[in-house]
Design a protein around this ligand. Sequence first.
Ligand SMILES: *[C@@H]1O[C@H](CO)[C@@H](O)[C@H](O)[C@H]1NC(C)=O
Ligand SMILES: *[C@@H]1O[C@H](CO)[C@@H](O)[C@H](O)[C@H]1NC(C)=O
Ligand SMILES: *[C@@H]1O[C@H](CO)[C@@H](O)[C@H](O)[C@H]1NC(C)=O
Ligand SMILES: CC(=O)N[C@H]1CO[C@H](CO)[C@@H](O)[C@@H]1O
Length: 495
Amino acid sequence: MGEKRQWKCKYSLARSLPRILVLLLPLFSTIQSFESFDYGDALSKSLLYFEAQRSGRLPHDQRVTWRHHSGLIDGLEQGVDLVGGYYDAGDNVKFGLPMAYTITLLSWSIMEFKDQIVFAGEFHHALQAIKWGTDYFIKAHTHPHILWAQVGDGDTDHLCWQRPEDMTTSRRAYKVEESNPGSEVVGETAAAMAAASIVFRKTNPDYSHLLLEHAQQLFEFGDKFRGKYDVSIEAAKGYYPSVSGYMDELLWAALWLHRATNNISYFNYAIQNAESFGGITWAITEFSWDVKYAGVQIIAAMLPIEGRNKDEKQVHQEYRSKAEYYICACLNKNNSTNIKRTPALLLTVYSNYLNSTNQMLNCNKGLVETHEILSFVKSQLDYILGSNPMGLSYLVGYGPAYPQRVHHRGASAASYRENKVFVGCMQSYHTWFGSHNPNPNVLVGALVGGPDSNDEFRDRRDNFAQTEACTYNTAPLVGVFAQFHAQQKGWLQFH
Ligand SMILES: *[C@@H]1O[C@H](CO)[C@@H](O)[C@H](O)[C@H]1NC(C)=O
Ligand SMILES: *[C@@H]1O[C@H](CO)[C@@H](O)[C@H](O)[C@H]1NC(C)=O
Ligand SMILES: *[C@@H]1O[C@H](CO)[C@@H](O)[C@H](O)[C@H]1NC(C)=O
Ligand SMILES: CC(=O)N[C@H]1CO[C@H](CO)[C@@H](O)[C@@H]1O
């Protein structure tokens, strides 16, 4: 299928954004908005996408009705129930690392912008999107020191173009354990469950408590039995290899556990390992399923530090300076244009933090007010939603024009609900992958890879770099859409 050994959705949309935005940015401070986008609609749609990516037995209230049950024997071969969870992108593999990262970002989005999501009437759907992932992690964490971290393998899956409901490819499951460790996936799953426990604390305290227990056990496991997960699970290597190693995930997990428990030992972990784990030495303008340093730095920068000693305050200050380097670099105010990911979530969170503590951002090209950061984020959102040279919304299903041939097995084939006749790999490949027609099912809310560095976009199913979507690219937009929707509707921005 031509997609073998791609590093999925790592450098896609937003690669070309900084260049355009540098040109546009001065306009935004004077012109509030030259085109009005419906962020509320974008928010609702972005949450629908997670229903389209569901694996397992679908519930009665499933709104994306072209999908049906799939992966119902996942784990059976190994005697473990791994039914559920999410497909990461346009294929039918369940990859643990990006799935966990998706849930961390969704949870972060939803805790940080909870009031705005409630205001938009989407809180219930948002909780469901998280729970579909965390219910699966609970199943996959079968022993304190065992985590099932993948079902299916990319190589056989990518030789087959088949809707998930008809799947005939390998559903072998892979685990990490003491003798076969995988600290990236274990750390990220700990982070996801800790973050989700915060989200569920009020609405479902028992569930929140359960998630926290899993998170604490996983962190202990990932920290004590350290090892690269793509060495232990070779089947992950061609698709989600860990280039940055696991130290960023361990810091990330510790900070999320600190936020969830307020237990000082996690704070101390992030401070004591700050230097040796690269937390305060790396200044990286990438935030992705692989590299989390910018997220670590931003969360650490927002930690309250009253009562901490001089050395701890010093480490905190170094985290903060790296965090601000990242934000400044995104805004092109730190001599860097090397932003490869849409940084909207991090910027919006940090901007709200600065505003609520009455601070400004100090970049080496000058002081930046929080409304300037938000203008930049808004310009990114508007670019995604249609304010771009192609005049296309890269959020599928939004607005009058959007990609029609998304690289997605289920969306490209006839809906199982309408046509239950089994379609094998080859027949499906010829009939659906090979078709020049638009997909029969619209993958509403998916953010596709997007335009190339010349702002061009070719809407072809085989052009996976541009037309495939990944769950972890839509997840951070959920909170940001909610924030801008609330602002657009005159909701009080800061309390
Ligand atoms: C804090 O976390 C550590 C490490 O998990 C644990 O040993 C300790 O008992 C916890 N402290 C409290 C007060 O819960
Ligand atoms: C940043 O760029 C300015 C000119 O735009 C240059 O004078 C300055 O030396 C650069 N600083 C760094 C740290 O590269
Ligand atoms: C915080 O946001 C409000 C509303 O947009 C704005 O009026 C105020 O100037 C901001 N404060 C700072 C410190 O940027
Ligand atoms: C690469 C680069 O230009 N880094 C600078 C970003 O800005 C901070 C201060 O705001 C400097 O300390 C960095 O050297």
